[in-house]
Design a protein around this ligand. Structure first.
Ligand SMILES: [Zn+2]
Length: 283
């Protein structure tokens, strides 16, 4: 049973590490997504600025075309002015020239304002383009880092799964079932008992159970938190010492379900476990 408990402890370490890795594998792409969303947002803002600039430039071209037309109008009006016969005609042509000149002057002010606005807009776009490029570079770099980390974690997970697959076959199916069942509900499925105290729920276990635990030949559950428990000193023993006390323990306590120790068949293992179930043990 000591070997089974050690395997369970090992399994639990692997499962905890795998769970941690899976959690990281889930959050890492989320971090990248958030960076990408930020980049998309500033790219969109820059695009809006560029679109706006294009609109203003189009308006400026229209105003300049209008200006040229009005200047031509002045030239024509002046020619007409030279050819007028009556003072009434002269006055009318004179007024036309004046009005067009006024329109030209106003439009020139307008075009100047547009040129200023265009200048400012270009500067702002330039600065924002620098920011966007810097952010894009940052995202690409982060993407490389995160992808590297993901690959690293995936290979770690693969290695852990490989190890897990290798030793899980040595765990008795009934023991494994119990482990999975407890782990699903309580996270930690197997815990040490130190100085008679369960390290899962920090409650003292009955002295009688503590004695049984130290014999290391049965699968016991904490009567408070129902986790699989083992005597903490057990894990410190080297394997050479394990073989020696196993036999005397069997003779010294014939009632104890020592059969589970060396039995590989699930059916008789279950029977043995059932035999051990007389008290608070395997439920
Ligand atoms: Zn407990």
């Amino acid at each position: 049973m000591r070997e089974q408990l050690k395997l369970l402890e090992e399994l639990q370490k692997h499962d905890a590490r795998l769970q941690e890795i899976e959690g990281q594998l889930k959050t890492l792409p989320e971090k990248l997504d958030s960076l990408r969303r930020n980049l998309a947002k500033v790219e969109k803002m820059l695009q809006a600025e560029q679109d706006n600039l294009a609109q203003v430039e189009k308006w400026r071209r229209e105003q300049e075309a209008q200006l040229r037309q009005e200047e031509e109008q002045i030239v024509k009006a002046k020619t007409k002015l030279a050819a007028v016969k009556t003072s009434k005609e002269y006055m009318a042509s004179q007024r036309e020239v004046e009005n067009t000149r006024k329109a030209v002057a106003e439009r020139e002010v307008e075009v100047l304002k547009l040129l200023e606005a265009i200048e400012q807009s270009k500067k702002s776009i330039e600065a924002h383009a620098v920011d966007v490029n810097a952010l894009r570079a940052e995202v690409e770099q982060e993407e490389a880092v995160i992808n590297g980390r993901i690959a690293e974690l995936q290979s770690q997970a693969d290695a852990l799964r490989g190890e897990r697959d290798a030793f899980i076959t040595e765990i008795r199916p009934d023991v494994l079932r119990r482990y999975n069942h407890i782990r699903m509900r309580r996270g930690l499925a197997i815990v040490a008992v130190t100085d008679g105290v369960c390290q899962g729920c920090h409650m003292a276990i009955p002295p009688q159970l503590y004695n049984i635990l130290q014999r290391r030949n049965s699968l016991e559950l904490c009567p408070t938190c129902y986790r699989i428990i083992y005597w903490d000193k057990m894990m410190d023993d080297d394997s050479a010492r394990e073989e020696a006390p196993a036999a005397p323990a069997a003779t010294a306590a014939p009632a104890a379900p020592t059969a589970v120790e060396n039995d590989a068949s699930p059916a008789s293992a279950d029977a043995a476990t059932a035999a051990a179930t007389s008290e608070h043990k395997v439920a």
